[in-house]
Ligand binder design. Sequence first.
Ligand SMILES: Cc1cc2nc3c(=O)[nH]c(=O)nc-3n(C[C@H](O)[C@H](O)[C@H](O)COP(=O)(O)OP(=O)(O)OC[C@H]3O[C@@H](n4cnc5c(N)ncnc54)[C@H](O)[C@@H]3O)c2cc1C
Length: 110
Amino acid sequence: MKVVIIGAGAGGIVTSHVIKKIRPDADITVIGKEKSIFIRCSSPYVLAGIDSLGKCKKPESMITGTGARLIHDEALSVDVKSRTVRTKKESFRYDHLVFRPGECLYDKNS
Ligand SMILES: Cc1cc2nc3c(=O)[nH]c(=O)nc-3n(C[C@H](O)[C@H](O)[C@H](O)COP(=O)(O)OP(=O)(O)OC[C@H]3O[C@@H](n4cnc5c(N)ncnc54)[C@H](O)[C@@H]3O)c2cc1C
């Protein structure tokens, strides 16, 4: 069973762990567009100069430790007919797709 998770934040990490617990044989690929695993909770301390940016970064083993694969790339599109996620560099086939890309602000008028 191939699972692709878009988003390597808290949601993507937890989802990969839960799926591995239920289906240890699952072949999980987590796609995150940042160079590191970045947890946002400490960001105010970084912005205030109290902590370093390293405080927000977490080890990749949080994902790879369960046997899941971590891909540092941006998901650009999903073809639901062929069950394929296309990123900037490659494509990934899935049986199950999970969206955990977080939130972002946008201007609906732009
Ligand atoms: C200042 C601050 C303090 C907080 N403090 C707490 C706290 O104390 N306790 C708590 O429980 N929660 C806290 N939160 C909330 C917590 O950070 C969020 O609930 C959590 O980060 C949400 O996780 P997520 O995985 O849904 O989204 P995110 O953490 O936003 O992760 C989504 C990831 O998906 C990636 N992504 C998006 N689009 C793509 C794409 N197309 N391809 C590949 N990757 C993509 C993003 O780069 C990002 O890394 C805080 C948040 C903030 C901002």
